[in-house]
Design a protein around this ligand. Structure first.
Ligand code: CDV
Length: 318
């Protein structure tokens, strides 16, 4: 048995004017609770240091950049790393990443995995950016992730906490490819932070199903890949927008083994045996024996029904 004691570190709303220092104080409070309950790892939501700013069309680039971190740890987040090292607990943290690569500025919706010594052991950049790139005033609120972020381009796994850990962010959890690419690398625990409004402006008929869909996709991802999945919300009414809670820990069987019950700052805990993945990975979902990649070529060749992966129309190259 290889146990990892995991805490969901769900947050309630963060207001637009709240400071990083206020957010870090809340995250630290949850971290202390998690450690005093014997946890090795606490998982925080997507964009856990600020309000979910893509809900606004903002023209002033310096205001937008105010929601991003230029360094990690930075002056306000160092305290969280120091506390993790002092307590001996790791964490997953979602944040807006502003980085300069080869002299070019990039903005990503990112997460990091930090070990018990306070060292960053992995970084992930959100691949599936939902929403839209232009201002759409008809919406009750905006979802401008396609405007403010560039997409990441890989799902990796890393050896940490005695197992193989992977990361994803919010909308990624709805895509089977997310889990499968990590499943093919033997992932044993997938950590996912999210901000999910109850109301989906382009499809209000889905609103009543938003919590159901949250569990559906994470339970399927866990079972079909024989992995633990930890999903963590920033929940509650944030700047007038109601966001789902539903933070939970899912076993490789697909069963929910721990869950939050509020939409505020709350921890939920589970003692996760990574060896519970084995029977799924060795039998029903033994990929090396049972997968048929030749039948799946379209998965990487096509973007959808009409477009090839490179964006040209299906059939145009024949
Ligand atoms: N932050 C997100 O990625 N939210 C999306 C909403 C827009 C549907 C989600 O998949 O939950």
């Amino acid at each position: 048995m290889r146990f990892v004691n995991v805490a969901v570190g769900q947050l309630g709303p963060i207001a637009r004017n709240d400071t990083r220092t206020q957010a870090v104080a809340r995250l630290s409070g949850l971290m202390r609770q998690a450690r005093s309950n014997g946890c090795d790892l606490i998982v925080y939501p997507e964009l856990a240091l600020t309000t979910f700013f893509p809900r606004w069309y903002i023209e002033d680039q310096s205001e937008i950049d105010g929601f991003f971190e230029r360094e990690m740890p930075g002056p306000e987040t160092q305290a969280l790393f120091d506390l993790a090292r002092e307590l001996g607990i790791g964490f997953y943290l979602g944040y807006g990443e502003l980085s300069i690569e080869d002299g070019v500025l990039h903005r990503y919706n990112s997460s990091i995995l930090v070990d018990k010594s306070g060292a960053i052991v992995a970084k992930y950049r959100k691949v599936h950016l939902p929403g839209h790139a232009e201002h759409e005033p008809w919406r009750e609120f905006q979802h401008l992730e396609k405007r403010y972020f560039e997409p990441g381009n890989r799902f990796g796994v890393v050896e940490a906490f005695g197992g193989l850990m992977g990361m994803a962010i919010c909308n990624d959890r709805r895509w089977s490819e997310t889990y499968r690419v990590m499943g093919l690398q033997g992932v044993e625990m997938v950590l996912i932070g999210y901000n999910t409004p109850v109301h989906n402006p382009p499809a209000p008929e889905h609103d009543d199903l938003s919590l159901f869909h949250n569990e559906l996709v994470m339970q399927a991802g866990a079972y079909q890949n024989g992995t633990w999945v930890v999903g963590v919300a920033k929940a509650g009414i944030e700047e007038g927008v109601d966001q789902i809670g539903g933070s939970c820990i899912i076993a490789p069987s697909g069963e929910v083994v721990a869950a939050c019950t509020t939409k505020g700052d709350e921890i939920a805990l589970a003692r996760c045996d990574l060896d519970l993945c084995n029977s799924y990975k060795r039998t029903t979902f033994n990929f090396d024996i049972h997968r048929q990649p030749r039948a799946y070529r379209m998965i990487v060749e096509r973007k959808g029904k009409n477009l090839m992966a490179d964006g040209t129309p299906v059939g145009s190259g024949e």
